[in-house]
Ligand binder design. Structure first.
Ligand code: 5GP
Length: 190
């Protein structure tokens, strides 16, 4: 998505050679119109997949998942919860996930009642790096006995390998922008 690449160049900040900060439109402040456009792009890319439900991870995936769901005729959005809450259902699917940005490992949980074996699930997230979050969500879809339609991410950092692993597994993966490298503060797209 050309407009996204331009936005990353204009507003994104490269932190070292590994991390991109896009706080101004995706991760801290939300550019609603731009989010809507990206949601519509995901709807176009996965139009043929018969998606019934979107799965994402709290918290940074929720906004883009909502935008995609709205563009796909208001599909339900389920987000895996990483924080411990007293109100969480006890009947859950769970998968451990190592956080790229925090360096911690947590357990992502989804209440069983929110994904059924009849579902065709599209996983949506903001970033794809080493693929930990995607693997945890894929595991949850598998545990539910549902069908995985594919994975859509706003930004793939291709050099971190998570995306290529998923492609090798035959997963339908779509990234709206794909970064080849980050060097001296400069972001280069694939
Ligand atoms: P992975 O699990 O694929 O290694 O990392 C993906 C998750 O880590 C995403 O859900 C995202 O929240 C976070 N993440 C990975 N790389 C970046 C990055 O460069 N910038 C930001 N803001 N988040 C990232």
């Amino acid at each position: 998505m050309k407009a996204l690449e331009e936005k990353i160049i204009a507003d994104g900040i490269a932190l070292g050679t590994e991390v991109v900060k896009v706080d101004s439109f995706l991760n801290h402040q939300i550019d609603v119109a731009f989010m809507r456009a990206m949601g519509q792009e995901f709807a176009r890319l996965f139009a043929a997949d018969g998606v019934t439900r979107i799965l994402t991870m709290e918290s940074s995936g929720i906004a883009i998942a909502y935008a995609a769901a709205e563009a796909m005729n208001d599909l339900p959005v389920v987000f895996a919860k990483k924080s411990r809450t007293n109100t969480m259902d006890t009947e859950t699917y769970a998968a451990s996930v190592k956080s790229f940005t925090h360096g911690t490992t947590s357990v992502a949980k989804v209440a069983k009642k929110f994904i059924s074996p009849d579902d065709v699930v599209l996983i949506i997230d903001d970033f794809l790096a080493h693929g930990e979050a995607a693997a945890a969500m894929t595991s949850i879809v598998r545990q539910a006995g549902a069908k995985l339609a594919g994975i859509g991410v706003v930004i793939e950092k291709r050099f971190q390998g998570g995306g290529d692993k998923l492609r090798e597994e035959g997963v339908h993966l779509e990234a709206l922008a794909s970064i080849a490298k980050i060097e001296d503060g400069k972001i280069t797209f694939c």
